[in-house]
Structures are given as C-alpha cells and as structure tokens.
Write a protein that binds this ligand. Structure first.
Ligand code: F6R
Length: 366
C-alpha cells in the first residue's frame, strides 16, 4: 500500500507531480492558454460584483490560503483576507453578499472550517470550497466546489494536499482574471504555460531527494531554528516550519526576513540554524541583506534559491537550488525541499513519521 516507500508521507511527497497534473487536468483548455472551471457556476455578473474575498482554513490549508491571497490579489486585483477558521468566527468578520468566501480543507470535515462556511452563508456570501474529498461536508454545503485531485492523503502531515490546493488557487485566480479582464490574455497564457511546467520541475527536485536527507540530519541535532523569507517565500516558510514542528518535534519559527530586527534577532546566536528562502527574484537583494544580519550574529544559514541565482552562495553556509519559475508560482516548488527536510529530520530522530504524537488527521472537534 506504500508502493515501496517506507512511509505514506514520503509516498505522498513523491506523488505530487501526479497530483499537480490531475488537479490541472481538463481545467486547462486545449490551446494551453486559458483556464476552464466548469464546476464554478458563478455568472460573469456575480464574479464582477465581488468586492472582497475571505479565505478561511486551518493549519496547512491556511498556509495554502496565504499563498491564495497573493495569487488572487495579483491576478484578479480584488482585496483578499486570509484567516484561521477558529479565529474568523469569533471576530465578527464583515461578510456581505458581495464577499466571496473560499474555504480550504483537505478532508472537508474540519469543524472550525465548516462552522465558518455556515456563518458565511448565513450572512449571504457565496462560498467556494477547495477540498480533496468529493461529497465531504464542506463540499456539500458550499455553492461551488473545486476538487483537488491529490488522491487519498494518509500521513497526518499534509503534503500533496497542500500543493494541490496551491494549484487550485492558481486555476481559480486565473479564472477570475479571465472573467474580470483584469489581466492581458497574453499574460494569462504565460502563467498557464509555466503552470504546466511545474510537475516536471517538481520531478527534478525529487530526483535530488537524497541531498535533503543530509541537510535534515544536520538540522535534526538542533532544538531550535528559524525559517526566514519575504513575500511568498515567507508564506512557504510558515508551512516549512509547521511541517518540521509537527513531525520532527523540533521547535522552529518562521519569520518575515525584514521583521527580524524588530525583536527576534535577539534570539540569533552562534550556530543557530536559519533556513533562508530567497526564491522571489524581486525580493532577492532584500533577503540577502537580511541573511547578512543573521550571519553577522553567528547563525548557520541554509539558503534555498532558484537555479541560476548564484549570488546566494556567497552569503550562506550551504545552498540548495530549485528550478526557476515565475515568482507567483514558486511556492509550488519551494515547499518540496522543506517537506523532505521535515520528513528526513523526523526519521533521523526516530519518530513515527506518519502518526505524530498528539495529532489527528481530521479535526472534527472545535
Ligand atoms: C498539517 C495538517 C493540518 C491540516 C489542518 C486542516 O500537516 O495536516 O494542519 O492542514 O488540520 O485540515 P483540513 O485541510 O482537512 O481541513
């Protein structure tokens, strides 16, 4: 059942290229220049009436929602807020009939997410669900459902569900942009074409999977470390940090790289590992200067960059590269080494990778 892999988590990490392809599936038209989302039944008028988007989810799905916010704001130019479901419900969110609420849930059964969906509907908002389970509670109660075709996810730590949620957000963001005319057709075609390249690029990362094992073994001897990044790199840092905590039980914190000097820099001392994501081209210089700040305090820095960006080598202690893509699409690649890092660190510590302590796969209590 693990198809030759030692754990479900590793199997599911390696299933990601297929999960990307299946989730894109027939949702890209034959010319390869446009998205077709037949399952979304909104009329063009309804799409044009959207004044704000709220993305609601928990845990890893929330982290996908943080990337979703950037995707929709960039492609559709509509303001987006992303909230943790258990917070959203209790903060009297301003939900109007012109609010589009997107709930993200792998299982489709998370109690807080479901309750937030119901609250949104009660306020007259339209609800789109991104879920991996056809026929789940969330899927049944939402107005529109975008299914992520990741296949069953068994490991408690979510991997392929998260990345397929990102793919769903790219598709939905492009659909909104097409309907609203917020982007040139040429630009949309270029994003679609890069999107189609992602599965092969994930395969390239997975081919060097063993390299991340060595990295994880170095990290596994520490009890405390940091992930830093800016923009979408920060959103991915949050997911990398959660994954590491969840299965290796190593404490880590994800921080926006530019924010360190407002307090957290005090925790950086000799030998503290810092995992720095410097993938975003437009933020590269800024991130490098933040890396220099932690290096100057003795941090041991592992850098992650896009192929061809050789400058990072000089600024860090060790460097890993991933294939180049559009900055907007990079989370779908940069998270993969972090999933492998968490997996191998958990393994190095002798933990039960697929069933971490204190956690359940589906959280149906509030
Ligand atoms: C972490 C993880 C959890 C889930 C969260 C939401 O690896 O899996 O954080 O993402 O419990 O679950 P779903 O997506 O089923 O609503």
């Amino acid at each position: 059942e693990k198809a030759g892999f030692d754990h479900f988590m590793l199997k599911e990490i390696y299933e990601q290229p297929k999960a990307y392809r299946d989730t894109m599936g027939s949702r890209i038209d034959e010319s390869g220049t446009k998205v077709v989302l037949n399952e979304v039944k909104m009329t063009a008028e309804q799409v044009k009436s959207i004044q704000q988007v709220h993305i609601i989810a928990c845990g890893t799905a929330y982290h996908a929602g943080l990337v979703g916010k950037s995707i929709i704001e960039k492609l559709a130019r509509i303001p987006v807020e992303t909230d943790v479901a258990s917070e959203y419900r209790y903060r009297s969110p301003i939900i109007t009939p012109n609010t589009l609420v997107i709930v993200v849930s792998q299982s489709g059964e998370t109690a807080d997410t479901l309750a937030a969906l119901r609250e949104a509907k009660r306020c007259g908002a339209r609800v789109v669900a991104i879920t991996n389970v056809v026929g789940s509670s969330v899927a049944r109660e939402a107005d529109d459902v975008i299914v992520t075709w990741a296949g069953p996810e068994i490991a408690v730590a979510s991997t392929k569900a998260y990345t397929s949620q990102l793919i769903a957000f790219y598709l939905f963001g492009l659909y909104l942009a097409q309907t609203l005319g917020s982007q040139e057709a040429e630009y949309i075609a270029s994003v679609v074409s890069e999107l189609k390249e992602l599965p092969a690029k994930v395969e390239q990362i997975l081919e060097q999977g063993e390299a991340f094992k060595d990295w994880a073994e170095q990290v596994a001897s520490h009890n405390n470390l940091f992930f830093i990044g800016r923009g979408l790199d920060y959103a991915v840092a949050l997911e990398g940090s959660l994954k590491l905590k969840e299965i290796s039980y190593i404490h880590s914190e994800a921080y926006p790289a530019g924010e360190l000097k407002h307090g957290t820099l005090a925790l950086i001392e000799e030998g503290v590992p810092v995992i720095a994501l410097a993938i975003q081209d437009d933020l590269f210089e800024k991130t490098v200067s933040n890396i220099k700040e932690v290096k100057a305090r003795g941090a041991y820095v592992f850098g992650l960059h896009a192929e061809g960006e050789t400058e990072l080598v000089k600024a860090v202690d060790q460097v890993f590269s991933i294939p180049h893509t559009l900055p907007l699409l990079s989370p779908a690649l940069s998270v993969v080494p972090l999933q492998l890092l968490a997996y191998y660190a958990s393994l190095a510590r002798g933990n039960d990778v697929d069933k971490p302590r204190n956690l359940a796969k589906s959280v149906t209590v509030e």
